[in-house]
Design a protein around this ligand. Structure first.
Ligand code: DSN
Length: 517
């Protein structure tokens, strides 16, 4: 076979097997042509490069122009392939999303809104942004008469801050779920000694909390505090809460106090799009989201806001929503510069994917897997906050297992299971969390089903049992925990052996995206 023909076959096959549903556990392309090497990427180079340019810095492939960096990226790819990714906010995005992210759209400045740009040359960028807007509305079954959307926020934190800046006056009052109770930093986190989030620096923030016994949001207490605090805006949003939110109750509390209701659905936006959990759009004035968590799109943010009639006064006068200009102008020129057009294109294709039956099946499986994970860990004696889950994540309270969050996270990391330590209801400090948060979106993307989750439960349990043994020697401090492992050949061997099992198991599941990077 000639060299060119061989490369063409290689790339055709590689592209075919990049589609993760067809991805075999042993890539036959590699079996035929051996280890992937830089030559293998030549076809993509021919596709992506201008044939007249020969400058190697401009047109050389990354693996040729910067092998040092490319080598690190490949190691990260290998880490993602070999490990079990259980960080609830992470996912493996699709090949089309990754392709959008590396297009020429990256090159263009386009401050302003479609058809109202500050720079010329935005004819096609306008088309793409309008498509992303339309598809975002379609993904959530929204009518353009009732809802507007801004797809320019760089991610979730800027999206949230743009809303506050747009619709709450400086030092206006905001209520969000406290960070140690499962809220997000941008929902207004501050401590006794420090205002941590800019939301608490530039606005007055009053947290609401979960019931320390049940783990459920204490809506009665929120209602009571809101009556005293009179917030301008209430946030119904979470970064670690395993139950569906009661948007109707949030709406009642907001209405009683003349407040706007904003949902931050970043974690659950894929589940909402698929219709597998209640939608915040039924009750909220504004909805923000990131697009890379359960939604499985690019790292970006989106703001949805209501349009049209907000209320009708007793005398029949209509009060209209006035969010559109306030929020759009808050994003730009208020807080951001040029939109990231490659990310906006990727939002467009992710929102298209979100309307497919495959996506709905995926989201259902995410929840089934989280519930199986929950039941499996409970059957092995672990405590789960709220006793269960209705979404994509669970919060495991490590105290009854004789552990805290930090050593639990560390041992799992050493065994190639990625998760994060997290506060549990009743924890006093976000710096010393007692639990770990585990999510199923990424594993489900790789094709794990309930029976596979049983295996994952077993791996987690074995890892945590090693941590219990280590802690008996080291005590609770993480530095002592790490040193005890480092100094013990026996602990190192146990971890090494378990890690090998986990990695070889993990590698049997495909990853979407590019084969080698
Ligand atoms: N960092 C995300 C999370 O893990 O929940 C939120 O921004």
């Amino acid at each position: 076979m000639s060299n060119i023909l061989a490369k063409t076959c290689y790339n055709t096959l590689t592209r075919k097997f990049n589609r993760f549903s067809l991805y075999p556990s042993v890539n036959p392309v590699q079996a035929v042509y051996g280890k992937i090497h830089s030559e293998s990427f030549d076809l993509s180079r021919q596709i992506h490069s201008s044939p007249t340019m020969s400058n190697s810095i401009l047109n050389g492939n990354l693996w040729e122009t910067d092998p040092e960096l490319f080598g690190i990226i490949k190691k990260e790819k290998e880490r993602q392939r070999a490990g079990l990714e259980m960080i609830a906010s992470e996912n493996f995005t699709s090949l089309p999303v990754l392709q959008c992210l590396s297009t020429c759209l990256h090159n263009k400045y386009s401050e302003g809104m479609p058809n109202q740009r500050y720079y010329g040359g935005n004819e096609y960028i306008d088309e793409i942004e309008i498509l992303a807007q339309q598809r975002s509305l379609e993904a959530y079954r929204l009518k353009s008469e009732d809802w507007g959307v801004n797809v320019q926020p760089y991610s979730g934190s800027p999206a949230n801050f743009a809303v506050y800046t747009g619709v709450v006056e400086p030092h206006g009052r905001i209520m969000g779920l406290d960070l140690p109770d499962g809220g997000h930093l941008t929902h207004g986190f501050f401590t006794a000694t420090k205002k941590i989030s800019a939301t608490s620096i530039f606005f007055e923030s009053m947290p609401y909390k979960v019931d320390a016994k049940t783990g459920y949001i204490d809506y009665d207490k929120l209602a009571e505090t809101a009556r005293l605090f009179k917030p301008r805006l209430i946030i119904a949003g979470i970064s670690c809460y395993s139950r569906c939110l009661d948007y109707k109750r949030f709406r009642q509390i907001a209405d009683e106090n003349g407040a706007y209701l904003m949902a931050d659905m970043a974690h659950i936006s894929g589940l909402v799009a698929a219709g597998v959990i209640p939608s915040p759009f039924d009750y909220c004035d504004i909805v923000t989201t990131t697009t890379h968590k359960t939604l499985r799109g690019p790292r970006a943010g989106v703001i949805f806001f209501r349009k049209g009639v907000r209320s009708v006064k007793a005398n029949g006068t209509k009060v209209m929503y006035d969010f559109e200009n306030k929020i759009n102008q808050s994003v730009f020129p208020g807080l951001q510069g040029g939109p990231h057009n490659h990310a906006i294109a990727a939002i467009a294709t992710a929102m298209k994917q979100a309307t497919t039956p495959e996506f709905v099946e995926y989201q259902k499986q995410v929840v089934k897997n989280a519930q199986r994970l929950c039941e499996g860990l409970k059957s092995r004696g672990y405590d789960i906050a709220t006793g269960g889950t209705e979404v994509h994540l669970i919060l495991v309270d490590m105290r009854s297992a004789g552990l805290t969050g930090a050593p639990a996270e560390r041992i799992l990391e050493l065994c190639s299971i990625a998760c994060n330590k997290n506060t549990v209801p009743g924890d006093k400090s976000a710096l010393h969390p007692s639990g770990i948060r585990l999510g199923t979106p990424a594993l489900t993307t790789r094709g794990l089903k309930e029976a596979d989750i049983d295996r994952v439960v077993d791996f987690i349990d074995k890892s945590l049992k090693i941590a219990q043994q280590v802690t008996k020697v080291s005590g609770p401090k993480l530095a002592d925990f790490n040193r005890t492992i480092e100094e013990s050949a026996e602990f190192k061997k146990q971890i090494h052996d378990l890690r090998e099992q986990i990695e070889s198991y993990s590698k049997t599941f495909p990853l979407p995206g590019f084969e080698a990077y």
